[in-house]
Design a protein around this ligand. Structure first.
Ligand code: FAD
Ligand code: 2HG
Ligand code: ZN
Length: 463
């Protein structure tokens, strides 16, 4: 099938306006949010339904064109954009038109969404529904990240300590496989052990096994009584032990995040926010408790008093704007780092009990392997998840990536806590997955995608 035949077929399926071939229009889809990953694509195609997605997949398959599923393109490991110099022509399949938001089923506490719905659109929809229900996962890219992309990466975010990650919110999935066939589990069954869990397999598959078209989501009670605290402390070890105690004593704990003095100062410079506390601290712990009445705030304040924190080391907010301001010090790290340059982003995790030692070694490894670079660290301390951002080394120089990922593996950690492997980390998958593991992954990939056309080069290292 020639390129022009493919373009004609795709136009028949989705309409002229939804097949982009002009390089100027294609380019923004082919470069990732961090600007570290980019490639070239023949075209972008934007199906608006599950059936159109199936037809698009068949047409691309017939033409031997590789398919790159894309949601909001906020992924941070290069999985949503084509490779630089791929072997076969690429088509980006943008799923953002799959934006249906169905009615909330209050008794079942579920709803079905199109894969292209953004997290923020879902949050607004739930607020407007007046059902008293909410979605458990939240993250700073909420305005653009889609539920399909979030499931495909098994995104984590701020609430994993309470609710788990995306995988735990998907009651069911509808997807198009590389052969154009559909699998669907949208019945909303809470118990359904009939064979292998194919929807579960798609969670975290980063667009390599199927294209998610709809998701049946679990909802949680909306907890409007919230209290947020930013606590300045001496070091990571103090954060870890405070969080361990909070998890024991504060069942309403929903988020426990860590940032450091240098990162926070950069955020203040970039955003114009004032320093949050009367003096600076080496390390800051941001926590949020949530419940249905005001008791959570009282419990948190009592807890903080029992710990005996020094005067001026804590800012507490209960109202929306104050809480949002405290969260900005944490959430605006990513955009701040992006301003500094093209960051090497290493999203890694270790057991929380090892986090303080890990942090010390990380700083040393970055000092040695990327001398003169800027290291900005932050993360989800309750999950043992550090976001290691190194600005300085050129985009193609992965000396520091290698050193950090090897250190992480030596400490029994994961080279991808929540962002996925994408194109960025395939080389290092063997550090944390055995040969048998990788063989099974390849067997699954070949079984579902024998022609290897769905997001090739993502997740799996070359066979
Ligand atoms: P994309 O970037 O478009 O795609 C990501 C991957 O999923 C690609 O491999 C793509 O091929 C695949 N994919 C996309 N849609 C589909 C589909 N429908 N079917 C099959 N495969 C698909 N991540 C976290 O985990 N936690 C965070 O706290 C967090 N915070 C962030 C904050 C900022 C400011 C930014 C920019 C990113 C953040 N991320 C975070 C990373 C990112 O937002 C998530 O990975 C998100 O899940 C990606 O969603 P997306 O729709 O943008 O997917
Ligand atoms: C976060 O938690 C995101 O801020 C993004 O996962 C992390 O930019 C990063 O490295
Ligand atoms: Zn994160």
């Amino acid at each position: 099938v020639t390129r022009s035949k493919l373009v004609k077929d795709l136009i028949e399926i989705v309409g002229q306006a939804n097949v982009l071939t002009d390089p100027e229009l294609v380019r923004p889809y082919a470069i990732d949010w961090t600007k570290r990953w980019s490639g070239s694509a023949e075209l972008v195609v934007r199906p608006a339904s599950t059936d159109q997605t199936a037809e698009v997949v068949l047409a691309c398959g017939e033409a031997g064109v590789a398919m790159i599923p894309q949601g909001g393109n906020t992924g941070l490991v290069g999985g949503s954009v084509p490779p630089n110099g791929g072997e076969v022509p690429n088509a980006i399949i943008s799923l953002t038109r799959l934006n249906s938001l169905e009615q909330v089923d209050q008794v079942d506490r579920q709803l079905t969404v199109g894969a292209g719905v953004t997290l923020e659109a879902l949050q607004d929809h739930l607020t407007q529904s007046g059902t008293g229900l909410a979605f458990a996962v939240d993250l700073a890219a909420r305005g653009t990240a889609t539920l399909g992309g979030m499931l495909a990466t098994n995104a984590g975010g701020h609430h994993v300590i309470r609710y788990g990650s995306m995988r735990n919110q998907a009651v069911g999935v509808e997807a198009i496989l590389p052969n154009g066939k559909e699998i669907s589990r949208l019945e909303g069954l809470l118990k359904d052990n009939a064979g292998y869990d194919l929807p579960g397999l798609l969670a975290g598959s980063e667009g390599t096994l199927g294209i998610v078209t709809r998701i049946r989501l679990r909802l949680v009670p909306r907890l409007d009584a919230r209290v947020t605290a930013l606590i300045g402390v001496d070091a990571t070890a103090t954060c870890v032990s405070l969080v361990a105690r909070m998890r024991q004593e504060l069942p309403s704990l929903e988020a426990a995040e860590i940032v450091y003095e240098d990162g926070l100062n950069l955020v203040c410079m970039h955003t114009g926010l004032p320093l949050p506390l009367p003096r600076s601290w080496p390390t800051y712990l941001l926590i949020e408790c949530a419940g249905i009445d005001g008791r959570e705030a009282g419990q948190l304040l009592e807890f903080l008093e029992s710990v005996g924190l020094p005067d001026g080391s804590t800012a507490v907010a209960m109202e929306g704007p104050g809480r949002q301001r405290l969260w900005a010090y944490r959430e605006r790290h990513t955009e701040t780092v992006n301003r500094l340059g093209v960051a090497h982003k290493l999203d890694v995790s270790v057991r929380p009990s090892l986090l303080a030692e890990f942090e010390a070694q990380l700083r040393e490894v970055v000092r040695v392997h990327a001398p003169g670079s800027t290291l900005v660290l932050w993360g989800h301390v309750g999950d043992g998840n550090m976001h290691v951002n190194v600005v300085g080394p050129g985009p193609g120089d992965d000396t520091v990536d290698d050193a950090v990922l090897r250190l992480t593996a030596r400490m029994g950690g994961s080279i991808s806590a929540e962002h996925g492997i994408g194109r960025a980390k395939t080389r290092w998958l063997h550090l944390v997955r055995s040969e048998s593991d990788i063989d099974v992954m390849w067997a699954l990939k070949r079984a579902l995608d024998p022609a290897g056309l769905l997001n090739p080069g993502v997740v799996l290292p070359p066979a």
